[in-house]
Design a protein around this ligand. Structure first.
Ligand SMILES: Cc1cc2nc3c(=O)[nH]c(=O)nc-3n(C[C@H](O)[C@H](O)[C@H](O)COP(=O)(O)OP(=O)(O)OC[C@H]3O[C@@H](n4cnc5c(N)ncnc54)[C@H](O)[C@@H]3O)c2cc1C
Length: 429
């Protein structure tokens, strides 16, 4: 490694992992740091939460990827990055301190609770694989308990699900629970009647999927209606106390299981050695080459980067394609040692699915809905998942579930309580 510049990359998501692959390892020693030892695929977290897929089929171990790259000078190291010292050029993780010549922050975002005290301790979220597993277990646990409960009121309380946030994640997870209600309940939980389970999807603005076309919003609303999801638009959640969700207009809904998908904010990590402030959304303000303004030799990519200007005065959408394209361009610049080409986002469109055979897709010059959109959605997601084993596993699960209306994944697996031992990352998820 002698003589090579050392590039440390924080976060192996869409941006970080693509950058590792594309950097010229004959020029750089590359260290990828991530708090998890696997790459995840967030667009399908909702399918873990609804028992549609197992977590292993949308996760990919970094060390397997690094096996191919390690001989060339790239390695993975586990750790939660807590502090960056821009004077001594070090990254402090929960396990180690690492020196860098150049640093790339690609740590993505975490849930935003908009200052509501303690909400993070009360609601279910979908920003990571452990959060999605937690959500799945809770849904299954409630179905099992309701099926042996003799008090009709208690059964309704157990089965009242509220999803906050009508963006793609909220729509998809509400649709997936709706599918369980419509197609699975009478097959696998015959003791529960369909009208005992309620799903309410709440959105603060006047339409669902507000980053997509109005047509897509209307269609998604119609599809959710078919899956017996009650959609409430223009409702702002004010508080969640004692299992009661209270809204600004005075309405209240009782729910012991609230799934929060309403907002994100940049992953926290302390910058020391200089006066430095992040931009809106706790994102790092970058120039058109993804260099963080005000910091030297530090770059930001993907969801945590805020590049304002041109067609995107408020920054690019926090989507996988932006992260992937920024990573490719930064690798090109670092490999060449010069920064000449400003980033230009090639928007390939967006899509969301609402149960089997139903999806909406706003593509470049085309809008798709229904089955064609659903097939396009499946194709795009399948080709984007890392690893052939994972692609095959996901495809098999989808085909099986489509043909049988069933999966073998509705397993309620709790971790054991003993032995008691402090985990290094127990506060993270
Ligand atoms: C539920 C959900 C559904 C989505 N659906 C879609 C979709 O359908 N289409 C689409 O285009 N986009 C979708 N997105 C958005 C998309 O996932 C993000 O835009 C994309 O993942 C951003 O890539 P990234 O590399 O910036 O961050 P990420 O992919 O989030 O990766 C960040 C990485 O950094 C690691 N990390 C974070 N903090 C630290 C730390 N302090 N120390 C060490 N490691 C750290 C994390 O473990 C993670 O591996 C979805 C997101 C979610 C949450």
């Amino acid at each position: 490694m002698k003589g090579k510049e050392k590039i440390v990359i924080v976060g192996g998501g869409f941006a970080g992992l693509n950058l590792v692959k594309k950097l010229d390892k004959s020029k750089f020693e590359v260290v990828l740091v991530d708090r998890n030892n696997y790459h995840s695929f967030p667009p399908l977290f909702y399918q873990i939460a609804s028992s549609g897929l197992d977590p292993g089929s949308i996760s990919f171990p970094y060390r397997r990827e690094m096996r191919k790259l390690s001989s060339k000078g790239a390695r993975y190291q586990m750790g939660n990055v807590e502090q960056i010292d821009v004077v001594n050029k070090t990254v402090k993780t929960s396990l180690d301190t690492i020196k860098y010549d150049k640093l790339v922050i690609a740590a993505g975002t975490t849930n935003n609770f908009f200052g509501m005290d303690d909400l993070h301790k009360k609601v279910y979220t979908l920003k990571s694989t452990p959060e999605a597993i937690r959500c799945r277990n809770e849904v299954l646990d409630r179905l099992e308990r309701a099926s042996v409960c003799h008090d009709p009121e208690e059964r309704r309380r157990l089965l009242s699900f509220v999803v906050i946030g009508g963006g793609p994640t909220g729509v998809e997870v509400a649709g997936a629970i709706g599918e369980m209600k419509r197609y699975i309940l009478h097959r696998e939980y015959p003791d529960i009647s369909v009208d005992e389970l309620s799903i309410t999807l709440v959105e603060g603005t006047d339409r669902l999927l507000r980053t997509m076309s109005e047509t897509a919003s209307r269609e998604a609303l119609e599809y959710l209606g078919h899956l017996m999801v009650d959609v409430k638009l223009g409702k702002i959640m004010k508080s969640y106390e004692n299992d009661v969700v209270a809204f600004a207009d005075g309405e209240e809904i009782y729910s012991e299981m609230v799934i929060w998908t309403a907002g994100v904010t940049g992953e926290p990590m302390e910058i020391v050695g200089t006066e430095f402030q992040r931009g809106p959304g706790n994102r790092f303000v970058v120039d058109e080459y993804n260099r963080i303004k005000g910091l030297e030799d530090v770059f930001a990519l993907g969801d945590i980067a805020l590049m304002m200007g041109g067609d995107y005065p408020k920054g690019h959408p926090q989507m996988a394609q932006v992260a992937i394209q920024q990573a490719a361009l930064l690798a090109k610049h670092l490999n060449k040692g010069e920064f000449k080409q400003a980033f230009k986002y090639n928007d390939k469109g967006s899509m969301a699915t609402v149960g089997r055979n139903r999806a909406v897709a706003d593509l470049n010059h085309m809008h798709l809905y229904g089955r064609p959109a659903w097939l396009a959605w499946m194709f795009v997601h399948l080709i984007s998942i890392l690893g052939m084993r994972n692609k095959i596993s996901v495809l098999m699960n989808w085909i099986w579930a489509y043909c049988t209306y069933s999966t073998s994944l509705r397993l309620l697996i709790h971790t054991s309580k003993y032995p008691l031992r402090r985990r290094w990352n127990e506060d993270l998820n």
